[in-house]
Design a protein around this ligand. Structure first.
Ligand SMILES: Nc1ncnc2c1ncn2[C@@H]1O[C@H](COP(=O)(O)OP(=O)(O)OP(=O)(O)O)[C@@H](O)[C@H]1O
Ligand SMILES: [Mg+2]
Length: 321
């Protein structure tokens, strides 16, 4: 069974002009131990997908408009807020780009780590909690963890804070870990260490990972499968090797072409493709990429179905230049 099943999910915001649909009919699933990379230009809906899964859409305007999100087979959309809170600690956890958004600035990190167990493991003794926290911090590569517990988040380096947030997310050994640009704010060496850490931990525990990033080098290193989003929709989703070897969707091809040489400079950041992503609500009918696409034809005024890993009427193989 998949850990996560998102099916035909649509998410939008209530505005004065009515409902603005930002994510449309997005489907994805992740098996135990599998890492799905989620990529796409800024604003395409990656973080919103993550917050919808976590049940953390901004209130009151953010809304699920359709579809379903199932965790271990159980719909999260019909669960109560209390059940969802329980899931959030226990079954799924999220690591954010900026750890300061997740850490409480006025509480020592040790206390924040302990709180998770006090809530979810009420029978555990203080010393039991303490020794688990110390071993968790060691697992994320923090040397001498005892000395860090009394530190406030601002007293720690960015890399250290990110490790603490990962330790926090993994406290209860969640089945699903969502990482939203977890290493973007870190320098390259620390970034590599944090990625290693996520890879090892997920391998050991069979955690399913949804990994959001702009960085195709990171995807190539970490993901088993890649889902490419454009304008709130899935345009391509395939095994990482197949996708890098022969991208089918013109947008995916554009993304890959925009980095110099993947094998030589795996950490190059993504360049953008000609033209801008239209604002949500201002997409053309049919294929949302068609105004920027060199292969667009009249056919593309209809919505391309998602078939064999790609939503395109003119995927690479069938294209006649
Ligand atoms: N609170 C909000 N109210 C209205 N619209 C929002 C809100 N949050 C996000 N959006 C819209 O949803 C779209 C998707 O945002 P999201 O944060 O998911 O993008 P992203 O793919 O994560 O981008 P980035 O790579 O920059 O992080 C954006 O275009 C934005 O206009
Ligand atoms: Mg984002």
């Amino acid at each position: 069974m998949s850990v996560l099943d998102v099916s035909e999910l649509s998410v939008g915001f209530a505005s004065e002009q009515g409902i603005l649909e930002v994510i449309s009919d997005l489907s994805l699933s992740i098996a135990p131990g599998e890492t799905l990379g989620l990529v796409g230009e800024s604003g395409c809906g990656k973080s919103l997908t993550a917050t919808a899964i976590m049940g953390l859409l901004p209130k009151p305007h953010g809304q699920i408009l359709g579809g379903d999100i199932r965790l271990l087979g159980e719909s999260l959309l019909t669960s109560t807020e209390a059940e969802r809170r329980q899931h959030r600690g226990q079954d799924m956890a999220m690591v954010f780009q900026e750890p300061m958004t997740a850490l409480n600035p006025v509480q020592p990190v040790g206390r924040q780590l302990a709180e998770i167990y006090q809530i979810h493991r009420p029978n555990w003794s203080t010393s039991q909690i303490q020794s688990r926290i110390v071993s968790n911090l060691k697992a994320v590569g923090i040397q001498d963890p005892e000395s860090r517990l009394s530190a406030y988040p601002h007293e720690l380096s960015g890399g250290m804070r990110q490790r603490i947030m990962i330790a926090m997310a993994l406290s209860l050994e969640p089945k699903l870990l969502i990482c939203d640009e977890p290493t973007t704010a870190l320098d390259v060496t620390i970034q590599a260490q944090v990625l290693d850490l996520i890879r090892n931990l997920t391998r050991e525990h069979g955690t399913a990972v949804l990994f959001i990033t702009h960085d195709l080098g990171v995807i190539a290193e970490l993901a088993d499968r890649v889902c490419v989003m454009y304008g709130g929709q899935r345009c391509e989703e395939r095994d990482v090797e197949a996708l890098f070897r022969a991208p089918l969707h013109p947008y995916t091809q554009g993304l890959l072409d925009s980095i110099p040489r993947l094998d030589h400079s795996p950490r190059t950041r993504l360049q953008t493709i000609d033209g801008q992503v239209p604002q949500a609500g201002q997409f053309p009918a049919g294929c949302r990429f068609r105004q920027r696409c060199t292969r667009a034809s009249a056919e593309c005024e209809a919505t391309p179905p998602f078939v064999d890993g790609v939503a395109c009427f003119h995927p690479r193989e069938t294209h006649h230049a």
